[in-house]
Design a protein around this ligand. Structure first.
Ligand code: SF4
Length: 317
């Protein structure tokens, strides 16, 4: 089994996986999935936007950037009690992990005081904690670790070459540096990307190759399908072929067999059948709840029904 876990993947090897016949690709992904996970279990996370909008960054897909007119209003950081109410509701709905997202370039130290308090209290409810707050210094990562943070999400978004088409206000290297700080602090890494932004298959291969050569691999790998929001530069981009999305999930599963691969944003526009193929390709985590930050997410009710139809059950913490 040790040979399944590799950190020396080349771009050519990842590209070759993308080019496998679909059935062969899914078979390989499914075989590895079963070797490392119970294929009937899906980890459920809930994501709450604790500080919405007004972000100074220019991520071309993001309705929360202050640079784009998307109708998202800039709000202040939510108070602790309101966050705890949402965390309790998430737990009752079956979530095992509660992710808190803030639209910042990076947190100011006083904001971090508030987030650390949230992490402590959410953890005390018996939930795993995750945060996504932008770039972190080493010191900030250590503070979050001391507060009890289990996971930190910071995505690479796409390949190093395509990245400049999507974001100009922070570099790929800065993202890798934050991931290094999170890892060094002993927090589990949640890191993935977005497909359907007009990138080529080569860029999807570049994203997976970068993730799969991190050592260790991110514990959690969210693969998002772009949610096209009017007013953002990517609002009109052509939708990705669902089978290409499934391929990306399968390649991520093969390249990082022990990581939890999360079917993230974009499920609202995906058919139940496409989602079923994603689970077959090795996705084993979803976000639950009516909203993913500011974009719609399938109602928890519909998700529960789909999981029942597929014979899937929530993964225990
Ligand atoms: S993705 Fe994050 S950093 Fe980029 S604009 Fe949106 S909130 Fe800001």
């Amino acid at each position: 089994m040790a040979e399944d876990i590799r950190h020396d993947w080349t771009r050519a090897e990842i590209r070759a996986l993308f080019q496998l016949p679909f059935g062969e690709l899914i078979f390989r992904a499914q075989s590895l999935h079963r070797r490392y996970f119970d294929a009937r279990e899906v980890q459920i996370s809930t994501l709450l936007s604790i500080k919405t909008g007004g972000c100074p960054e220019d991520c071309a897909y993001c309705p929360q950037s202050a640079r784009y007119d998307t109708g998202v209003r800039a709000e202040r950081l939510m108070p602790l009690n309101a966050v705890l109410d949402e965390a309790r509701a998430a737990k009752e709905a079956g979530a095992s992990r509660f992710c808190m997202g803030a639209a910042w370039r990076e947190p100011k130290d006083r904001d971090l005081d508030s987030v650390c308090a949230m992490v402590e209290e959410v953890k005390a409810l018996g939930l795993e904690t995750c945060a996504t707050l932008g770039m972190l210094t080493q010191n900030q990562a250590q503070r979050l670790k001391r507060a009890g943070l289990d996971f930190y999400n910071h995505n690479l978004d796409t390949s190093p070459e395509f990245y400049g088409e999507i974001i100009s206000t922070r570099s790929y290297q800065e993202r890798l540096d934050t991931l290094g700080h999170v890892r060094a602090a002993g927090i589990a890494v949640c890191c993935g990307g977005i497909v359907g932004m007009g990138e080529a298959e080569e860029d999807r291969a570049g994203l997976i190759a970068t993730l799969a050569t991190l050592d260790p691999h991110p514990e959690s790998v969210p693969i998002n399908a772009l949610v096209r929001v009017a007013g953002t530069p990517l609002g009109e981009v052509a939708a990705i072929d669902p089978l290409d999305f499934v391929r990306t999930i399968a390649v991520a599963r093969i390249a990082m067999p022990r990581s939890v691969v999360r079917l993230s944003a974009g499920r609202e526009e995906m058919s139940d059948e496409a989602q079923a193929l994603c689970f077959l390709a090795g996705a084993n985590s979803i976000f639950y709840g009516p909203k993913l930050l500011t974009t719609p997410n399938p109602e928890a009710e519909h998700d529960r029904a789909l999981m029942t139809r597929l014979g899937l059950r929530p993964m225990a913490v």
